[in-house]
Design a protein around this ligand. Structure first.
Ligand code: HPA
Ligand code: ZN
Length: 342
């Protein structure tokens, strides 16, 4: 019966796409310490307990203050490859069939790492993941607390590598960094053939104005987080009609905003908005994608049907062809049918 409660076992096997995942946010304490030692980088901690004790954030800004310094341990192309491959191996175990992965080149270039070192390491892992049937692509983010000029330079630097990058995103500190700051750079990105999305983080100052700029002026294809949209019924209608995806991340919300924003997610689903469930920065926020599905399912006693809607939304709002979407949706239907038979 499709209205039976969705268990962890059901969630584990469900084919799904992950669309909101920062590769740098998958740096687990063990790998962080191993790379620090290999590369001779002093990160101020030498044990897993010490690393974990440093993860005491309660806002986007306090999270970012831990997130960026940790990147120092990533030095060589092999390090970037190893980081991405560790995530993709995990993604395979979680039955992620397709994923679009954020990365932050400016954060690495600012500390002297070449763009090509970053993109080549991450991209090679995406290629190698095909061996275990995970289809992975890269979304290059502009850091919104840096200048528009810096984002423009990044687009220039990336030109020779464009075939390795599917889309453009916008992340980092949203406070006083509205979408319109990057209007020209987004226009240029679209002209160059990139797909476009951007973060609309939870409960920001001017959240609704930022979301309006993103949707109505820049015309992004997805919004990352974006659940503050419930405050404006006209915008909810807009995203529902245009089938714009919202990539929600319950465990990340719970840490930075003290609330999974599950009521907002369920309200949006009731209004036919294509919300998906994702893990954001799983090494920091306490769980990978199936933990995120389980958290929202358990807190709200979600049924198999409701959880399937999240997984279908993830493929429907992925940057793949209609034929690919249909194939993945059939895979989900077959999984559910088999699951209910047993
Ligand atoms: N928001 C903004 N910047 C980020 C995030 C996020 O969720 N994760 C990593 N960088
Ligand atoms: Zn994010």
């Amino acid at each position: 019966m499709k209205n039976q409660l969705a268990t962890r076992d059901f969630i584990n096997g469900l084919p799904k796409a992950e669309l909101h995942l920062h590769l740098e946010g998958t740096l687990e304490p063990e790998l962080k310490l191993a790379l620090a030692q290999k590369n001779g980088v002093d990160i101020g901690q030498t044990t897993i307990a010490e690393v974990q004790a440093s993860y005491n954030f309660n806002s986007l800004a306090s999270f970012l203050a831990v997130y960026y310094p940790a990147m120092d341990v990533l030095q060589t192309e092999a390090d970037f490859y190893q980081l991405a491959m560790a995530y993709l191996t995990k993604a395979h175990q979680e039955n992620i069939r397709y994923t679009e992965l954020f990365f932050d080149p400016q954060a690495h270039m600012a500390r002297g790492i070449a763009f090509e070192t970053v993109v080549n390491g991450f991209h090679r892992a995406c290629v190698d993941a095909h061996a275990f049937n995970v289809d992975a692509h890269l979304i290059m983010c502009f850091l919104r607390d840096l200048s528009a000029e810096s984002a423009r330079q990044l687009l220039e630097t990336a030109k020779p590598y464009q075939a390795k990058i599917l889309g453009i995103g916008l992340d980092s500190d949203e406070h006083h960094n509205p979408p319109l700051k990057f209007l020209r750079e987004y226009g240029e990105a679209v002209a160059q053939g990139y797909r476009i999305t951007m973060h609309a983080d939870i409960d920001q100052v001017d959240s609704i104005q930022h979301i309006q700029q993103a949707l109505e002026i820049i015309r992004v294809e997805r919004l990352d987080h974006g659940t503050n949209i419930v405050e404006n019924p006209d915008l909810v209608d807009w995203v529902a009609q245009l089938k714009i995806g919202l990539t929600s991340c319950p465990l990340s919300n719970r840490l930075v905003a003290d609330d999974m924003k599950d009521q907002e997610v369920l309200n949006l689903i009731d209004h036919d908005v294509k919300v998906s469930i994702n893990s954001d920065d799983p090494a920091y926020f306490g769980g990978y994608i199936n933990d995120n599905y389980e958290a929202i399912a358990n807190a709200n006693q979600l049924t198999i049907d409701q959880v399937v809607t999240f997984a279908k939304n993830s493929f429907e709002t992925a940057w793949i062809s209609d034929v690919q979407k249909a194939t993945y949706l059939t895979e989900i239907d077959e999984y559910v049918e088999n699951y209910l038979k047993d």
